[in-house]
Design a protein around this ligand. Structure first.
Ligand code: NAD
Length: 463
């Protein structure tokens, strides 16, 4: 029997009407007081999504894209106001990037074999309800990006967002559910709780209706997810070095590195966090960064003051410094600079705390290397085995190849700012969940599917 569009719509309406789920909290769609209720609601919604055609799923995603574009400025302002981190203009660009370049259902591919014994297909099927944990550094960007990919794959999703970004995350989730309803889909395709905590995250990770967990954040959350006994996608921390050798266009490298490093005040996990430069061009690179790229060179004394400010006495990152602009950070140590200053620079050893640690602040320490081999060794050390992201400015193919093999990261950008890796000024799709630790790399719809073999014996081969 051919199932026509009207019949599918009727079935969807009937199932939606029969859904017996808790009332959403606070007038926002997809938001519940209790994590168990959020999961139950997402489970009911997934039964509906599962019965919708791919075209209907794609209509929901088209609506999410439109609403993200329409609300890009609101989401950007909310994110900056709530977390105190980042830059509104850059966050607007990030939301447009998510809306325009996150893959949808077109990312689902079928593999087929046909022959005398019939036809066999491998299809990409949904898991069901996915549990997602999201960071405060890109809160709504990650919620929307994850939702598009997970829904396109036929799943629904329950989020345990960072508590410091819950209002922004709830605003994004409300838009996603409105987008679904307006396209004839169910409510609660993406859910959360009013007060996410480590406990609500734990309930989610242990819940029998959550077969897959996607965690985007620092090392703690990735380890927690990978210890949960469930399948986990772990998108963890990075500390990307930008290597510059003697063959690079040094003036362009200075611009690219500072543009990438200062994007959204260095919040993206892929952003340049330190420089390793070959000795013969290190001074020239520093000269262009200071004279043309709005960089402020800090003295040894200012470095000490900055260390005492950006780290707590116990050595943790001072959250009041993460994602702040260079002028604000310098203001915290009593240094007043003009508005055009966008990055703080200095030269130091690779073990310097402002170089070795992932700061997520526009602070770029330059480590000098005697030649390319020394530079590669230092950059590999600085990446700390995260296998996340690294960048290089070079015209020597052998140098680039050797670096790529040694550092073994999910992302390696050549001769461009780091954000080219997200499709911003570079080819390819966008994601805000880069799963270096578990190997999916830049996640997309297919990352949220399971492989299913479908066999028809002796028939349907028509060759
Ligand atoms: P974070 O690790 O403090 O928090 C991330 C999320 O994990 C939050 O929702 C938090 O509540 C939760 N969480 C933290 N510890 C947990 C634990 N033990 N158990 C369960 N949940 C836990 O990170 P953040 O400050 O929000 O984000 C910045 C970090 O995330 C940086 O290290 C950055 O590199 C990384 N990051 C990685 C990617 C990527 O795609 N790989 C993307 C964005 C951010």
């Amino acid at each position: 029997m051919l199932v026509n569009e009207n019949l599918v719509q009727d079935i969807v309406k009937e199932v939606v009407a029969k859904m017996n789920i808790a009332e959403p909290a606070g007038g926002k769609r997809g938001v519940f007081e209790d994590m168990n209720d959020a999961i139950a609601a997402a489970k009911e919604a997934q039964k509906v999504i599962r019965r919708m055609s791919l075209d209907q799923r794609e209509q929901i995603i088209t609506n999410i894209r439109r609403k993200t574009r329409e609300n890009a400025e609101t989401l950007a302002r909310m994110g900056v106001n709530e977390t105190g981190m980042g830059n509104v203009g850059h966050k607007i660009l990030k939301h447009h990037l998510v809306a325009d370049k996150t893959p949808g259902t077109e990312d689902l591919h079928t593999t087929a074999w046909s022959g005398d014994r019939g036809l066999t297909l491998i299809e990409m099927g949904p898991f069901g309800v996915i549990g997602a944990i999201t960071p405060c550094t890109n809160p709504s960007e990650t919620v929307i990006c994850n939702s598009i990919g997970m829904l396109a794959a036929g799943n629904t999703v329950v989020f345990n967002p960072h508590p410091q970004a819950i209002k922004t995350s709830i605003f994004a989730l409300n838009l996603i559910n409105e987008a679904s309803i307006e396209a004839g889909g169910p409510d609660n395709v993406a859910c959360t709780v009013t007060k996410p905590t480590l406990e609500s995250g734990d309930i989610m990770m242990k819940h029998p209706d959550i077969p897959l967990i996607a965690a985007t954040g620092g090392p703690g959350v990735v380890t927690a997810v990978l210890s949960s006994g469930k399948r986990g996608i772990g998108a963890g921390a990075g500390n990307p070095p930008a290597l510059v050798d003697e063959t690079a266009d040094i003036r362009k490298a200075a611009g690219d590195i500072v543009n990438g490093c200062t994007f959204d005040n260095n919040l993206p996990c892929i952003a340049e966090k330190e420089i390793v430069a070959v000795d013969t061009i290190a001074d020239e690179l520093m000269h262009y960064m200071i004279s043309e790229q709005g960089c402020y060179l800090i003295s040894k004394e200012e470095q000490e003051k900055l260390i005492a400010t950006v780290f707590t006495p116990k050595g943790a990152l001072n959250r009041k410094c993460v994602g702040r602009d260079a002028k604000t950070l310098l203001g915290m140590i009593g240094v007043t600079v003009p508005d055009n200053i966008r990055c703080i620079v200095f030269e130091g050893e690779k073990e310097h705390p402002l170089i070795a640690e992932e700061l997520m602040m526009p602070i770029l320490g330059l480590v000098r290397a005697k030649d390319i081999d020394d530079a590669i060794e230092k950059a590999v050390w600085l990446e700390h085995g995260n296998r996340h992201s690294a960048h290089i400015h070079s015209k020597n193919i052998d140098h680039i190849t050797k670096y790529a093999k040694e550092i073994d990261t999910a992302i390696l950008v050549k001769n461009a700012p780091s954000y080219a890796a997200l499709g911003f000024g570079g080819e390819g799709y966008c994601t805000f969940t880069i799963a270096s630790r578990t190997g999916e790399g830049l996640t997309s719809t297919k990352s949220f599917t399971k492989s299913r073999r479908c066999v028809m014996s002796d028939s349907l081969c028509i060759r």
